[in-house]
Design a protein around this ligand. Structure first.
Ligand code: PGA
Length: 249
């Protein structure tokens, strides 16, 4: 059985007071037993969230990290720092990092190695632009993002990898991939993993969908065979809509 996961990616939202309000509300909720719930607050609120959620079944996720373990990289955050404040999982390769911070597949491959070396779980994001889809090159692009950024890892490393397929044209736009489009791509991703690794690895890996997932479309998307949950942006900022999505399996 693959893990079902709903992860809230807060991006650059929620200061300390807003984080505290969210957490106070979240801690009153009862989570379904078969769903792993994760939240990714900003770096500055990770430790506070970790302490606050100690008795609760919510995993803490960092939104990014640097590929080096330490050194003269002003403004950057290392894997060790993240772990020391309670974040053992990190999102790598989000399309906003790729687009606004020039993270290419080569840098992401380094970040993947650093995360593995530090025994962190990775949520590895991939996704095509609208233009790729219009040109019909979206499958090829996804395959390249996987092979150049991730497919150098050992069989064992897959134990701690989660994939998030996020078509860039659906992020924050209100436009979602149709459930059929999501299923088609998730199946392709699983097949691509099976071609480079063992079939059993591909079968076990959780592949999340991200891009304008909301309470009213989550269950149809999560109902697809190869969709194992979601990476949620905007709708993860309010406990009410986040919980509706958590309860959408
Ligand atoms: P969205 O963001 O749900 O606001 O579209 C998803 C993401 O970027 O992870």
């Amino acid at each position: 059985m693959r893990k079902k996961i709903v992860a809230g990616n807060w991006k650059m939202n929620n200061d300390l007071a807003e984080t505290e309000l969210f957490l106070a509300e979240l801690k009153k909720q009862v989570f379904p037993e078969n769903v792993v719930v994760m939240i990714a607050p900003s770096f500055t609120n990770l430790n506070h969230a970790f302490k606050s959620l100690r008795e609760h079944n919510v995993e803490l996720v960092a939104q990014n990290m640097h590929q080096n373990n330490e050194g003269a990289f002003t403004g950057e955050i290392s894997a060790k720092m993240l772990k020391s404040v309670g974040a053992k999982t990190v999102i790598l390769g989000h399309s906003e990092r790729r687009a606004f911070f020039n993270e290419d597949n080569a840098v992401l491959a380094e970040k993947v190695n650093t995360a593995i070396e530090n025994e962190m779980t990775i949520i590895f994001c991939i996704g095509e632009e609208l233009e790729d889809r219009k040109k019909g090159t979206h499958f090829e692009l996804i395959k390249t993002q996987l092979s150049e950024g991730l497919f150098h890892v050992s069989d064992d490393a897959w134990e701690n990898i989660i994939i998030a397929y996020e078509p860039v044209w659906a992020i924050g736009t209100g436009e979602t991939a149709s459930p059929a489009q999501a299923q088609e791509m998730h199946k392709f991703i699983r097949k691509t993993i099976a071609e480079s690794y063992l079939e059993v690895i591909a079968e076990k890996i959780s592949i999340l969908y991200g891009g304008s997932v909301k309470p009213d479309n989550a269950s149809e998307i999560f109902g697809q065979d190869d969709v194992d949950g979601g990476l949620i942006g905007g709708a993860s900022l309010k406990v009410d809509s986040f919980m509706k999505i958590v309860n959408s399996f």
